[in-house]
Design a binder for this molecule. Structure first.
Ligand code: NAP
Length: 444
């Protein structure tokens, strides 16, 4: 098992600190991994700065070729990566295999894009002048990733950085360093030159201190909670870093009365219960129109009741929640809703069996003042609220500060177009609960 830091093409076992990886389904110890402090983070940034000098001059087709090799290696190791992910993060094995394909799709897409980083020529207002725009790599990129998609959140940052000619230093989440280190190993096997990719499970404090002080780190890409994102954005201002953030969400999912019922139920389940609801773009609140409300709730609830929960290695639909804090938050949201008048249609409770598990839950008689309708739940709970007019649905959906993703279901082009333009969200799924794709931008 890989437990060392990957810096400058070498595996560094001797680090400032260490961290334990725990299987969230069983509570068992999986591995102890080296954890970088300031010293190792500085070494990784120096390696990336040094490697940048030649990587940025490497022709685009060569950079693409490295990425294509990495893509192939990743597909070859699909099962190994998926097993690792299920062990350290808990998602069902079938979902983990799906994530490997999704993660690899970013490498494939950006390998192709590497060769299409075109510039522009602009007509000049002066006879003797030419205006030319060329695209240059921004420099060393620092990446901080979350635990809920241990592979895809890394490749979504690594692949575009390398394609553009940047080098990268990646800090994975403390819960999921093993998948990240496996990806580092594949980078090594793909022959990507030393220092271009550095992967260091690190103390977030030490990592942030070093990268924020560094003039060499020109870009920060972060996926995680909104609270941490706000802090990082402030600190990044000191050295004027370019930043890209993918933060929390609270997606509304709207079902209009002319929706295809079967499709709406299946897609709502896929959106809500994938990854046990621990997905930034997952439906956090479901709004159903009067005319289809009873039929939807009945069929949705029937199907949700059939979902199985357990250890992700055992052919289940939902794995455990990541940890006790995650479990507590979900429990609090359900209790708060219940105390304010919500009815529990199915689920409504969790249990501890090695890890922290929560039953897939459907709540009805939900109102907007409940915490679950305002805060990200990150768990397998579907609160359903009834509405009457399309405009009411839009008003309910837009009534939070979140703008990451929204979904709606209708067979009508005109009603759909009206919603599509009125919803204040960066990603919109129309008759689809899982719209993410490497080809599409991620807009929040
Ligand atoms: P988190 O607590 O913000 O952690 C995310 C990453 O940030 C981890 O690597 C974490 O390191 C690091 N971190 C934590 N505090 C930090 C600090 N003060 N300075 C620098 N780094 C720090 O979020 P999470 O609980 O892991 O992930 C869930 C959140 O991510 C949810 O809100 C979800 O919506 C969001 N998310 C968004 C997207 C998207 O595309 N928009 C995708 C996936 C997840 P440690 O683990 O070492 O603490």
């Amino acid at each position: 098992m890989l437990t060392s830091l990957y810096i400058n093409g070498k595996w560094v076992a001797d680090a400032t600190d260490s961290l334990d990886v725990i299987n969230p389904a069983t509570g068992e110890h999986v591995a102890t991994v080296a954890r970088a402090g300031e010293q190792e983070t500085k070494a990784a940034v120096e390696a990336a700065s040094e490697a940048l000098l030649s990587w940025r001059k490497t022709p685009a087709n060569e950079r693409a070729s490295y990425l294509k090799t990495l893509y192939t290696l990743m597909l070859d190791r699909q099962e190994e990566l998926a097993t690792c992910m299920t062990e350290e993060m808990g998602k069902p094995y079938a979902e983990a295999k799906g994530e490997v394909l999704y993660a690899a799709s970013f490498i494939d897409w950006f390998a192709e894009e590497a060769r299409r980083v075109y510039g522009r020529t602009i007509p000049s207002p002066k006879k003797e002048q030419r205006l030319q725009v060329i695209k240059q790599p921004v420099g060393v990129v620092a990446a901080i990733t979350p635990w809920n998609f241990p592979a895809a959140m890394i490749t979504r940052k690594l692949a575009p950085a390398l394609a553009a000619g940047c080098t990268i230093v990646i800090k994975p989440a403390s819960q999921t360093p093993l998948t990240a280190l496996k990806i580092a190993k594949l980078c090594e096997e793909a022959g990507i030159p030393a220092g271009v990719v550095n992967v260091i499970p690190a103390s977030s404090q030490a990592f942030t201190k070093v990268i924020m002080a560094s003039e060499d780190v020109r870009k920060l890409t972060f996926t995680g909670s909104t609270e941490v994102g706000k802090e990082l954005m402030k600190s990044a201002a000191d050295t004027m870093k370019n930043v890209s953030f993918e933060l929390g969400g609270h997606a509304p999912l709207i079902i209009l009365d002319d929706a295809d019922l079967n499709n709406a139920v299946d897609e709502a389940i896929a959106s809500k219960f994938r990854n046990a609801g621990q997905t930034c773009i997952c439906a956090n609140r479901i709004y159903v129109q009067d005319g289809i409300y009873d039929a939807f709730v009945e069929r949705f609830n029937d199907k949700v009741s059939e979902l199985s929960v357990g250890n992700g290695m055992n052919d289940v639909d939902l794995g455990p929640l990541i940890d006790e804090d995650g479990y507590t938050k979900v429990t609090e949201h359900v209790e708060d809703a219940r105390s304010k008048g919500a009815s529990v249609f199915s689920g409504g409770k969790g249990y501890k069996d090695g890890g922290w598990f929560y039953m897939p839950t459907v709540l009805t008689d939900v109102t907007s003042d409940m915490r679950i309708m305002q805060e990200e739940t990150f768990g397998p709970v579907a609160p359903i609220q009834r509405f009457t007019s399309d405009d009411e649905a839009i008003q309910l959906a837009n009534h939070t500060p979140f703008g990451l993703a929204a979904y709606f279901f209708t067979e009508s082009i005109s009603r759909g177009t009206y919603l599509y333009e009125a919803l204040d969200y960066g990603i919109i799924g129309w008759n689809s609960g899982v719209p993410s794709a490497a080809e599409a931008p991620l807009e929040g």
